[in-house]
Design a protein around this ligand. Structure first.
Ligand code: NAD
Ligand code: WQD
Length: 344
């Protein structure tokens, strides 16, 4: 079976993807510098799949160490490149950290690929590249809008770097996946999202408020041009997202790609408001989320949701999980985390 390098494989989306890759028999090598994740995630992956993936604590921005890693695990067939810094606010404060980490990591991989005869790379991009789309649901050919943060800009630049590199050398192929808002956790509750410090993203803040770690959730804005005034997003179960990566890798390995670079939206196609998320979370989990309406958060997009039909048709992939099930999994994971902290 093919060997897949997963950078950022102990992170949130990476760990769920490692599980899905191992489930269908891929051999996985994880590279992660643990800058935003914990080594214990490997225990969770092993509990679910019965297999502990090979792991290297390496910074992808370190060319020499990455070169040695490719040498050590000879015969890598494809890369899934998750490793990146992702906190939007932090990227505004420390732009160079973001440009260095996110750009250099990708450039190193693209430089090392021909040296080690690796043809295929899947790249984690984001719906952030669309900014506030003019037309909803947003399709892949919608214009890329000026980035709202250095983080968002790194995703745009990385996409361009991939296009330019592959244009110059068609021996490579790449699938760029633009994620909408991944939430939830593996149904086993062995792995899930582990935010560092106070969460910036909605769902971890909701679950931490529900468990009592945070007093109150602030709903950023109730005066948007949406039915209930709060922002709308396309929330997708992280396991659905992970499964799309397996399909993308298989598509490249089986030479089914139609272009050297293909780009797919990964979303459900359904937009939900912040208030709808709170209400549904409360209903399916039987818990109250204390919240208050607060001013808008700077840089927020009013509404965005995906047209996932290109991924549905071409990849034969759809986001299957209901939002109810997704929100249930997020809550079970938070409760499991709390239990673990108590036991420690
Ligand atoms: P995450 O922070 O949980 O995972 C990223 C992992 O990469 C972490 O384990 C971190 O330690 C590691 N990492 C960071 N820089 C590294 C480096 N230089 N070398 C080695 N490892 C490094 O984030 P995630 O939510 O799993 O996101 C994965 C990818 O998906 C990222 O590229 C992110 O930008 C992208 N993305 C995430 C979202 C989201 O909402 N979570 C949405 C769109 C796109
Ligand atoms: C969702 C909604 C908030 C927290 C971020 C990145 C983006 C992409 C996805 C990586 C918004 C509201 C949030 C809170 C709230 N990531 N909210 N109270 O804004 O879609 O995008 O993640 O590529 O680049 O910017 O996700 O989870 O932060 O917010 O009301 O305490 O929840 O205003 O409307 P967002 P999010």
């Amino acid at each position: 079976m093919a060997k897949i390098l997963v950078t950022g494989g102990t992170g949130y989306i990476g760990s769920h993807t490692v599980v899905e890759l191992q489930k269908v028999g891929f051999e996985v090598v994880v590279v992660d510098n643990l800058s935003n994740s914990n080594i214990d995630v490997l225990n969770g992956i092993e509990k679910i799949t019965g297999i502990r993936p090979a792991f290297e604590n390496i910074d992808c921005a370190d060319y020499v160490s990455m070169d040695r890693m490719f040498e050590k695990y000879k015969g890598i067939d494809a890369i899934i490149h998750f490793a990146a810094s992702k906190a939007v606010g932090e990227s505004v404060e420390k732009p160079l950290l973001y440009y260095r980490n996110n750009l250099v990591s990708l450039i190193n991989l693209l430089q090392l690929m021909p040296i080690h005869k690796v043809k295929n790379i899947v790249f984690s991009s984001s719906c952030t590249v669309y900014g506030q789309p003019d037309v909803l649901p947003v399709t892949e050919d919608a214009p890329i809008k000026p980035a709202l943060s250095p983080y968002g800009n790194t995703k745009q630049i990385c996409e361009e770097i991939i296009h330019d590199t592959i244009h110059s050398n068609p021996c490579y192929q790449s699938i760029i996946l633009r994620y909408f808002n991944p939430i939830g956790a593996h149904p086993s509750a062995e792995i899930g999202e582990l935010p560092n410090g106070v969460p910036n993203n909605l769902l971890p803040f909701v679950t931490q408020t529900a468990i009592g770690l945070r007093k109150q959730l602030q709903v950023y804005g109730d005066d948007y041009n949406t039915p209930d005034g709060s922002c709308i997003r396309d929330y997708i179960h992280v396991v659905d997202l992970a499964k799309a990566h397996v399909i993308a890798v298989q598509r490249m390995l089986n030479n089914q790609t139609k272009h050297h670079v293909e780009t797919f939206n990964l979303g459900t196609g359904r937009g939900l408001s912040v208030l709808e998320i709170i209400e549904t979370f409360e209903k399916v989990n039987g818990v109250k989320i204390p919240y208050k309406l607060a001013p808008r958060r700077e840089g927020d997009i009013e509404k965005v949701w995906a047209d996932p039909s290109y991924a549905n048709d071409e990849l034969g992939w759809t986001a299957n999980e209901t939002v109810e099930e997704t929100l249930r999994s997020a809550w079970v994971w938070e409760q499991n985390l709390a239990k673990r902290v108590k036991e420690e």
